[in-house]
Each structure stands twice: as C-alpha cells, then as structure tokens.
Design a protein around this ligand. Structure first.
Ligand code: FE2
Ligand code: FE2
Length: 303
C-alpha cells in the first residue's frame, strides 16, 4: 500500500500564504510515500518565485517527483526563454526534467511536456514516448505504473483546451504497457477521472487524474484542491481535498474507489461509503472508507 500526494499548479508568486501553511499541514498529516508535483510551480519563472518553491519543497521530509509546467519557463525574457529556459528550474527545483521514482510497489515516470513553441498545449516527443514504453516494459510484475505530466494526455468532452500534441501517437504506442494512472495538471480543474475512450482504443486505458490548483489565486470554477491517492495493485482510493476558507484547512470533499479488473479499473464511485467516529485515543476523528464492491476498507485519523 502506498500513499501519494498529488499537487499541481502552485504558481508561487500568485499564492495565498494561508494555503501554503494548510497544504504543508495536510501533507504532514497524511505522511505520504511520495509527493508528486505536476508542473506550474511558479507564476513567471523568476528566481524569487523558484526560491519560494524551493523553500516550501525543502520543508517537506518526503520523496518528491516534480515535472515542469508552461509557467516554469520565462515568458517575457525572449532570450532566456529560447536559450536558457530551464536554468532557474534546474538551479532551484531539479536538474532532471524527465524524472523517475521507483520503490518496491510502484514505478513513477515523469515527462516534461513543455515546449517553447507550443507553450499552452505542450507536446510529447517520440523519444519520450519510447522512454516511457521502455521503462514500463521492464517494470517487475505487480508494480503500479504511474505517468506524470503537466499537460493532460486527454481532455474531457466540452472542455475548451486540447490534449498535448502527439497524444494520439502516445496512446497508440502505449496500448500494451499497462500504465495504471496518469497524473496531470494545467487545467486548474479536477474534472474527475475518465478513461481514454476519446481515442477509441480497443483496450482499456489508465485512470486519468487531474489535480486543480493547490494554493494559487488562479482558480477557475472550483476551490483550491489537491489529490491524495492510496493505492495497491488491486485498489485505488482517490481523496479529493478542497480548501475550506473558514476552517483554513484542506478537507476531503469526495472519495472515489477503483478496483482492478484485469488490465483495467472499475470505478466504484456510487457505492463508496464514508463514515466517521471520534478517536478516543488522540481526540481526533477517524474517517472510515469502505468499498462496497469488494469490501476493502481504510481508516484515516483526521485531527
Ligand atoms: Fe497552471
Ligand atoms: Fe499550465
């Protein structure tokens, strides 16, 4: 069993200070095995903004995997944008633009989808597709395979943005790699989880999970939010946390369960149950979550 905190679009330079504190608190409370940041760490890729992000990330004592977003390369300085786009990112965040993380239960591969000439839409290259395929192909059986990008590999019907360039090529080549989850950001909408059916593939695709903006003032239609994912090879519980202003904290807005069925995942959204009771040991609240499809249960202590 692993716990992943998935945050995105922090936009340091346009953050709300109270939210930074609340985000740190909720991450520490869930004590994850890995924190994933799917891009747009800064607002305008300045040294000051990267420094703030670095300070925040350094305060978290957990492994991290971070990919750049379109806001993490300079916008107004054309010279820096074309010739030194990642200098500050590499100095303050990571030398690695396509990172990976592996432990006994999961393999997480990050892809940098930012392109100077396709700044809003993003792109995945043939070389990146080949790398993803090769890494997942040699993963030990039973490992959960997770891909991370800033720009989404698919967009829900009706959304005004488009999936990143070469997404169709990616889907075709990834059919047999058995990716379990793709985590992305960029839209500033959580949007729910949906499959890759838009590309009319013959085999079931991975779960696509979008995170909203974690701590920035750049909200679209929804409150600031993050995802916390508890997963094993057979189960996924996706907790969507939203920031509640009057409590000054992130609280669970919705939990969705997924159960593995063959190479795919079944959503158990309508049948998932949440109950809570006081925890007499610590004075906090115990949130019990049970998947009625398979009776899998988990408990969280929430202070
Ligand atoms: Fe963003
Ligand atoms: Fe973005």
């Amino acid at each position: 069993m692993r716990t992943i905190v998935h945050v995105s679009d922090l936009h340091f330079g346009r953050t709300k200070p109270l939210l930074e504190k609340a985000l740190k608190a909720i991450i520490e409370r869930r004590s994850p095995d890995l924190v994933i940041v799917s891009g747009d760490i800064t607002q305008r890729a300045t040294a000051l903004q990267f420094h703030s992000a670095h300070k925040f990330f350094s305060s978290l004592p957990y492994p991290m995997l971070v990919v750049p977003g379109n806001h993490d390369v300079p916008l107004y300085s054309v010279w820096r944008r074309f010739f030194l786009p990642y200098t500050l990112y590499k100095r303050y965040i990571s030398e690695e633009l396509d990172p990976q993380y592996e432990d006994a239960e999961m393999l997480v591969v990050g892809v940098n989808t930012v392109r100077i000439f396709k700044i809003m839409e993003g792109r995945v290259s043939g070389k990146q597709i080949a790398r993803v395929k090769a890494l997942f192909a040699v993963a030990l059986p039973g490992k959960i395979k997770i891909l991370v990008s800033h720009h989404p590999f698919n967009i829900p019907v009706g959304h005004r943005k488009r999936p990143l360039a070469h997404a169709r090529h990616f889907w075709k080549s990834q059919i047999n790699t058995g990716i379990d989850i793709i985590l992305s950001g960029h839209l500033h909408d959580t949007l729910g989880v949906y499959s890759d059916r838009a590309y009319k593939l013959s085999t079931p695709g991975p779960l696509l999970i979008q995170a909203g903006t974690a701590i920035s003032t750049r909200n679209r239609k929804e409150a600031n939010s993050i995802n916390i994912i508890t997963l094993s090879t057979s189960h996924i519980a996706l907790d969507r946390y939203e920031y509640v202003q009057h409590k000054q904290t992130f609280t669970i807005k919705k939990t969705e369960f997924f159960v593995r069925q063959g190479k795919s995942w079944i959503r158990d959204i309508d049948r998932s149950r949440r109950t809570s009771r006081p925890c007499h040991g610590t004075g906090c609240e115990i949130l019990s979550r049970r998947c009625e499809l398979c009776d899998w249960q988990s408990e969280l202590h929430i202070s």
